[in-house]
Design a protein around this ligand. Structure first.
Ligand SMILES: Nc1ncnc2c1ncn2[C@@H]1O[C@H](COP(=O)(O)OP(=O)(O)OP(=O)(O)O)[C@@H](O)[C@H]1O
Ligand SMILES: [Mg+2]
Length: 333
């Protein structure tokens, strides 16, 4: 049976070149016009099955949100394939995506920016039902809207208020109700709690997990918070510079991280590594720019174990144990 979501070798590049004349460069008497391309996502592959939570983790700028936005087709990918329930949606246009929006919904990090400030809450949460082309009367929309508000811990009295009249946590509840309105099979949650207070974060995470248990949908859960991803995900993908460098069952990856970057990431989170007793790996320096990808391994400039092969050959994501994959030459030796 086909996966609920399958992403194969996804590539996303952005042309951020300056104007024509600013790009002009003369070297050894020859004129050239160099383009500036951000390599945001580089050959990313993963799948999500029904009822599963797949977590994408990585530092800021590693391409997590770009993957989410490409899946919901805010951008056409530069390469690769996206399949939803086996259907190839890679180059679907706005109209073709309408029925897909019934299957895949999204919750964003900033609930204020993602809710239309001019609409009342009832209209906000029922909007996806209207946009997905469902034939539904106004009375039914209202009834379903109130039911959704109650499902996420709000009440009918909130239906006619505007987003600015709510707290951050309540606004995220509205975002969740909106996503649930079309009974999706997959919800992409891009840092859904990182803009909230720690105490509110736990409430929203618990709500999200309770709803998943009750309704049986799946999550693509994007975060840079390791304790959140560990708590919530069945499987995870660790990202660096637009690549997935390691993937596997969450507990397996946390107990036995194999890629040097995963080991460094877990070592840098005391709440995680002290409980796990892993050998700490420390890295220095900054993530390199996505404008010029290194020829070999994406992690070469910061890896404490780098050797000659890492500089000239890009490691492939390979499975060495069932359910686990890593891209590292060190593990091939
Ligand atoms: N529309 C765009 N045009 C040009 N570059 C972009 C665009 N969107 C993202 N990028 C670049 O692509 C890279 C990945 O960005 P992205 O927002 O996907 O990272 P992220 O992992 O979600 O980071 P964060 O954790 O901070 O949200 C970054 O280098 C970013 O500057
Ligand atoms: Mg992001």
């Amino acid at each position: 049976m086909s996966h609920l979501l399958q992403v194969c070798n996804l590539e996303q590049r952005f042309d951020v070149s300056p104007g024509f004349f600013d790009r002009m460069k003369v070297t050894n008497g020859r004129l050239s016009f160099k383009r500036h391309i951000v390599h945001a996502v580089n050959g990313v592959s993963f799948h999500i099955d029904r009822g599963e939570v797949f977590g994408l983790v990585g530092e800021s700028g590693c391409g997590k949100s770009t993957i989410a936005k490409t899946i919901i087709k805010l951008y056409d990918p530069s390469g690769g394939k996206i399949r939803v329930k086996g259907e190839d949606i890679t180059f679907y246009d706005y109209k073709q995506m309408m029925p897909i929006r019934k299957t895949v919904q999204v919750i964003f990090q900033d609930p204020y920016a993602s809710l239309n400030p001019r609409l009342k809450v009832l209209d906000i949460i029922t909007e996806p039902m209207v946009f997905s082309g469902q034939q539904i009367t106004k009375a039914d929309l209202k009834e379903k809207g109130i039911e959704l508000l109650q499902r996420v811990g709000l009440g009918p009295e909130h239906a006619n208020r505007y987003p600015h009249q709510f707290s951050g946590g309540q606004r995220q509840r509205i975002g969740i109700a909106r996503a649930l309105s079309v009974d999706p099979d997959l919800i992409i949650a891009d840092e859904p709690v990182s803009a909230l207070d720690v105490s509110i974060q736990a409430q929203i995470l618990n709500l999200m997990m309770d709803l998943k248990e009750e309704l049986g949908f799946s999550y693509l859960f994007i975060t840079h918070d390791l304790s959140v991803v560990r708590h919530i995900s069945d499987r995870i993908g660790i990202m660096y510079l637009g690549f997935i460098v390691e993937t596997g069952c969450t507990e397996e990856v946390f107990k036995n991280p194999r890629h040097p970057y995963t080991r460094a990431l877990l070592s840098a989170a005391p709440s995680v590594h002290e409980k796990l007793h892993i050998d700490p790996v420390s890295i220095s320096g900054e993530v390199p720019t996505a404008l010029e990808l290194p020829r070999g391994c994406c992690f070469q400039s910061r890896c404490p174990f780098v050797f000659e092969r890492c500089l000239r050959e890009r490691p492939r994501l390979i499975s060495r144990q069932p359910g686990r994959m890593e891209s590292c030459h060190l593990l091939e030796q």
